[in-house]
Design a binder for this molecule. Structure first.
Ligand SMILES: Cc1cc2nc3c(=O)[nH]c(=O)nc-3n(C[C@H](O)[C@H](O)[C@H](O)COP(=O)(O)OP(=O)(O)OC[C@H]3O[C@@H](n4cnc5c(N)ncnc54)[C@H](O)[C@@H]3O)c2cc1C
Length: 312
């Protein structure tokens, strides 16, 4: 059985157990959330031992070279010596908390240091007690603050705290950015389709604004879906953005977003797509775009995977 040495203490991992599960079983506190290798909350750094390549999936090459890895998807093949992923975080201050709807909060943050990022990427937000969750960036690097849209999850620890307890001037820390869901210049006339449900709108708004600010002149179609009308938000701000840009089309949809897209676009050959939000909807939308002719290399997506609900 592999021995995991974490912060100088040795622990045994059971066969087939991930590093995260082994450490948690031994009572070690390690930040984590999605447990599926998506949110990067459980990042650790290994100084000795071979890491399975999958455990470094999606990490920047600079992090890979330094031995950072995702402990939730790392099944150790031998002994590992590890430490917490310190040194990657920057401090930040909450500057504003604004309800955009009964279930969506706009959180503005000012980092204490420079954060180089692209609109649409995500950061890991860490509370004073170590609770960490990922949130996508609706802001552009030139904006004064980072902007997040947080959905209130029933009994959600981070979202509940942000809605009910956090106040402006509160200190937090952030890590990142991560993810490849962002606009890249070079094909200004290409048609873009952005589709998201719930707070999946956050990265899409950032990507839209980024594309427009970089002079994208091809059509941009933004679809925002919600189960009920009060799940839609930011309609006024998006209406103003549409009024200022003839190539931007915005459709708020109550009900099945995939049907609305299918009814309006029979062929998406040559398009680029961005899909974010509910983890049940994202793979289905990606498939829909692909089947309508959009090449998979042109589809960028972030599924907002949540931590598993506690077992009773
Ligand atoms: C790449 C990425 C980007 C993301 N971007 C965003 C974003 O921009 N905006 C956003 O809103 N979210 C985003 N998320 C999701 C976010 O990271 C959090 O998972 C989400 O905010 C929930 O965190 P929480 O601490 O509030 O809930 P948690 O406490 O982690 O709860 C997780 C789930 O369990 C359920 N649960 C908790 N306790 C109970 C209980 N006692 N009984 C039944 N169910 C329970 C909750 O309802 C929730 O669905 C993103 C996730 C990823 C992976």
């Amino acid at each position: 059985m592999p021995t995991l040495t974490y912060a100088g203490v040795a622990y045994e991992a059971a066969p087939g157990e991930s590093v995260l599960d082994a450490l948690l079983r031994h009572g070690v506190q390690v930040s984590n959330s999605c447990r599926a290798g998506a949110c990067q909350s459980c990042l650790l750094r290994s100084s000795t031992g071979a890491l399975p390549p999958v455990s470094q999936r999606g990490l920047k090459s600079t992090l890979v070279e330094q031995g950072y890895f995702l402990s939730c998807i790392c099944q150790p093949e031998g002994d590992l010596v590890m430490e917490p992923a310190g040194g990657l975080e920057v401090g930040a201050t909450i500057t504003a908390l604004e309800r955009l709807s009964p279930s969506v909060l706009r959180v503005r943050l000012r980092p204490t240091g420079k954060l180089a990022y692209r609109a649409g990427q995500y950061i890991t937000l860490k509370r004073h007690d170590g609770l960490s969750r990922s949130y996508s960036l609706a802001s552009l690097p030139d904006d004064d603050t980072l902007e997040l849209h947080v959905r209130r999850a029933p009994a959600g620890r981070m979202s509940g705290w942000l809605f009910d307890e956090a106040r402006p001037l509160e200190s937090v820390s952030i890590r990142g950015p991560a993810g490849d869901c962002f606009y890249t210049a070079g094909k200004a006339e290409q048609s873009l389709l952005l589709a998201g449900t719930g707070t999946g709108l956050a990265p899409l708004v950032g990507i839209c604004r980024d594309a427009l600010s970089q002079g994208h002149n091809g059509p941009i179609h933004l679809y925002h879906g919600a189960r009920e009308a009060d799940g839609l938000y930011l309609q006024q701000e998006l209406g103003a953005l549409v009024a200022a840009h003839a190539n931007l089309h915005y459709a708020p949809i109550v009900g099945a977003i995939e049907d609305a897209i299918g009814a309006r676009h029979t062929s998406l050959a040559g398009w680029r797509g961005f899909v974010c939000g509910n983890p049940a909807v994202v793979p289905m939308l990606k498939k829909k775009l692909f089947l309508a002719g959009m090449p998979s290399r042109e589809i960028f997506a972030d599924a907002f995977l949540e931590a598993p609900a506690p077992k009773n």
